[in-house]
Design a protein around this ligand. Structure first.
Ligand code: ARG
Length: 407
């Protein structure tokens, strides 16, 4: 009997030539197409294509909702940005893809999982780390990493095995996308001194073509997660889809990032993340209103660690779970609404409120005489706050003159 293998299938040239190649190696291939909200892709067509190029079975799974609630949500709550710029678009989908593939492997009795990553990127590490975590007994095939073909060799192999070259496959770019955003690399982008050409972008309009009138959108959050737009309750996937369109039209969410890969290479990547930019800006603004000062200052330190863990293929890890538990606790008070102004490439929070959890007290903050802040109490506070320094200066005179009295 042939060994069964489950392949993460995208429909592109790489994973398509992988099918006959894996067949020649003796595997019966089940292709799995995961819907994580790829923009404008005909996934039924891709599912059928897998069979056409030789897969024994082909499965299309809608994982959008699960991707949004279990993977995107923690990024929103944590405000996770790798190196302060990249909201982890591709890094996020990898553990979910493997989770699903492992489930299918168990259902059909497959021994092996295959992915289409090359040998110089982060994704191979993420795929394989997740396989090791979910089922270390599964074998791994990475055909693209193994065959190391030139483009010409790959196309010749495709021709010889009746694998159609998809329209657009002549595109020089490598693109990965899901409902949280779009990542584009390679081609002319490999020259970091070359501005990304306009054709790179699909979700975001160039600023010269964006509307001259701003759009406003009010986002309601519950426990740090968006639950409604302009007062209308909707699922996270719908919110992401709507904001990608609305903010994309204002040219919001273009990122041009020179990035430190886990495997030691610096790479140049373009990202389009309109919904992510709006949501994370709004979320941070609501945290400014609702988080206690020490929590607000400590959370970004945790967030930086978490973003590194997600990027570095440690989604499934004890430290991730522990830090994630911290983030969850902080989010209990992040309830309220933020009004966002979308205009000419920027998403700005212009108003915010939290009926239940606002720590902003107008009576304390006001400059008018009606202030309830006890100004007299400030005097004693400052004395004690500075006491340590005062004693140090009296002894050492680093900043003060000897013998001079200060009070
Ligand atoms: N550099 C990003 C990461 O490691 C994206 C990787 C996939 N990008 C692509 N254009 N195929 O998460």
């Amino acid at each position: 009997m042939q060994e069964k293998l489950v392949l993460a299938y995208s429909g592109g040239l790489d994973t398509s030539v992988a099918i006959p190649w894996l067949k020649e190696k003796g595997y019966a291939v089940t292709a799995v197409v995961l819907d994580v909200g790829q923009h404008g892709k005909d996934l039924d067509f891709i599912k059928a294509k897998a069979l056409q190029v030789g897969a024994e079975a082909s499965i299309l799974l809608d994982a959008k909702e699960e991707f949004a609630t279990d993977y995107v949500a923690p990024v929103i709550q944590g405000n996770l940005l790798y190196e302060g710029e990249y909201p982890l678009v591709s890094a996020l989908s990898r553990p979910l893809i493997i989770k699903k593939l492992v489930e299918i492997a168990h259902q059909i009795g497959a021994t092996t999982i295959a992915h289409g990553s090359t040998g110089h990127g982060n994704d191979q590490v993420r795929f394989e780390a997740a396989i090791h975590a979910f089922d270390p007994n599964l074998k791994i095939e990475a055909p693209i990493r193994d065959f190391q073909w030139s483009r010409e060799e790959e196309i010749a192999y495709a021709d010889a095995h009746h694998v159609p070259i998809p329209v657009g496959e002549e595109s020089p770019y490598s693109i990965d996308e899901n409902i949280w955003g779009r990542a584009i690399e390679a081609g002319i982008l490999e020259n970091p001194w070359h501005e990304a050409p306009e054709e790179t972008y699909e979700l975001t309009t160039a600023i010269v073509d964006t509307p001259d009138v701003a759009d406003f959108v009010t986002i309601s959050f519950k426990a740090g997660l968006p639950v409604a737009l302009d007062g209308e309750a909707m699922s996270l996937t719908t919110i992401l889809e709507k904001l990608n369109v609305l903010a994309g039209a204002h040219g919001i969410g273009r990122v041009d990032h020179i990035e430190n890969r886990l495997v030691g290479i610096k790479s140049r990547e373009i990202y389009e993340v309109p919904a992510a930019t709006v949501l994370m800006t709004a979320h941070k603004d609501l945290e400014d209103l609702t988080l206690e000062r020490y929590v607000a200052h400590f959370k970004p330190i945790v967030a930086e660690h978490l973003a590194n863990l997600v990027y570095d293929a440690k989604w499934v890890s004890p430290l991730f779970d522990a830090l994630q538990a911290f983030i969850k606790v902080t989010q209990q008070v992040v309830n309220g609404d933020v009004k966002m102004k979308l205009f000419k490439g920027s998403a700005i929070a212009v108003a915010r409120q939290s009926a239940k959890n606002s720590l902003y007290d107008e009576n304390l903050a006001t400059y008018t005489a009606s202030s309830s802040f006890d100004q007299a109490a400030a005097v004693g506070f400052i004395k004690l706050w500075t006491l340590g320094n005062t004693v140090f200066e009296q002894v050492n005179h680093v900043h003060s003159e000897q013998g001079e009295q200060h009070d």
